[in-house]
Design a protein around this ligand. Structure first.
Ligand code: GDP
Ligand code: CA
Length: 330
């Protein structure tokens, strides 16, 4: 059996722990197609937050409390950078984590594509699933928000600035620095038009027995994956059934700020809202099945089979049970 999982960072990583446990039981092969929209260059280093969350979590090196970064992390470099006043100060890189970014950046600068770099990093972490970035090309989630560019470009003659009072900032600046709390208009996946699926992605989807959409943020984790030309089509028109797992339980995200992302799209923050956003495969959407929490029993998504099961990923065994429920749906 071959399982492909579309995954973001923390929610994707925890879900993959359960998928891997299930796969070990039944002898299945797992490929994770991971979001790169959050990736950024910091102090000259290429940082891939979602790939790293998945790699560290599956490799047993993640900080379980924070959910991101390395366990037993220290922050010497961060405080030294702050002593220089080096911007950005709102994004913290841990010392251990920096080693990952140094290796990655060196390999990228030497000409290796991100997919090969990811494979090389994974030889250390042995995640037990194949990790593929959605694309090797630049695809960055930017957020169009109100307010003029910084430094301020407005003058008395042009009080809102030449940009008409809107500007695009990197997703991480919106999420980490502004806590998604500023007036927001839309998300833009910069580079998406010309991005190509990373080597192996379309092949894995085409050969899959089932595609699972992890309970990741639908707007900023799953949507940028699907924005890679050809990728959404491969899933939606492919031979494998597609089952999604809701990241929203009882009208709220389990953690994080998916509610703020959904609000920007005008989508209700509910299992039904996210299921409807993905849509039914037979109606031009993505899903055959949608797994919701018992709290959301009775959720209806047109053209999609909806079932309920406990969806809190408290430990690996509970998550593996949840994965089994998702697979039984199709
Ligand atoms: P990020 O890239 O690190 O933000 O992580 P993801 O996009 O992969 O996952 C974030 C989503 O995971 C949030 O919308 C959460 O609601 C969801 N999530 C986190 N923990 C759980 C859980 O235990 N159960 C479910 N169903 N969703 C969860
Ligand atoms: Ca992310």
């Amino acid at each position: 059996m071959r399982i492909v999982v579309l995954a973001g960072g923390i929610g994707g990583a925890r879900f993959l722990l359960g998928v891997r446990a299930y796969a070990r039981e039944v002898g299945a092969e797992v490929t994770a197609v991971v979001n790169v929209g959050d990736d950024l260059l910091l102090h000259g280093l290429k940082v891939c937050p979602d790939l790293d969350s998945v790699m560290y979590t599956l490799g047993g090196g993640a900080d379980p409390e924070r959910g991101w970064g390395r366990v037993g992390e220290t922050w010497t470099v961060k405080s030294e950078l702050a002593a220089y006043g080096a911007e950005p100060t709102w994004f913290g890189l841990g010392d251990k984590d920096i080693a990952t970014h140094l290796v990655r950046t060196t390999m990228l600068n030497a000409g290796y594509p991100l997919s090969q770099v990811t494979e090389a990093l994974a030889t250390r972490w042995q995640p037990g699933v194949r990790l593929l970035p959605a694309t090797d090309d630049r695809l960055e989630t930017h957020v169009v928000v109100s307010g003029r560019s910084e430094p301020a470009v407005a003058s008395s003659a042009d009080p809102v600035g030449a940009d008409g009072g809107q500007r695009a900032i990197h997703f991480q600046e919106w999420w980490v620095r502004h806590r998604a709390e500023i007036p927001t208009h839309r998300f833009v996946f910069v580079g998406a038009e010309t991005a190509k699926p990373a080597p192996g992605v379309l092949e894995a989807i085409g050969a899959a027995d089932v595609v699972l959409v992890a309970p990741s943020n639908p707007v900023v984790s799953i949507a940028p994956i699907l924005a890679v030309p050809g990728l959404r089509e491969a899933v939606a028109d492919g031979p494998a059934p597609v089952v999604g797992v809701s990241p929203i339980i009882g009208g709220a995200p389990v953690r994080g700020m998916a509610d703020r992302c959904l609000a920007v799209l005008g989508v209700e923050c509910s299992a039904a809202g996210v299921g409807g956003l993905y849509g039914g495969r037979s109606a031009g959407g993505l899903l055959d099945g949608w797994l919701v929490a018992p709290e959301d029993e009775g959720t209806v998504v047109p053209d999609v089979t909806v079932r309920s099961a406990p969806l809190r990923m408290t430990d690996e065994a509970a998550t593996a049970t949840m994965v089994r429920a998702a697979l039984e749906l199709v």
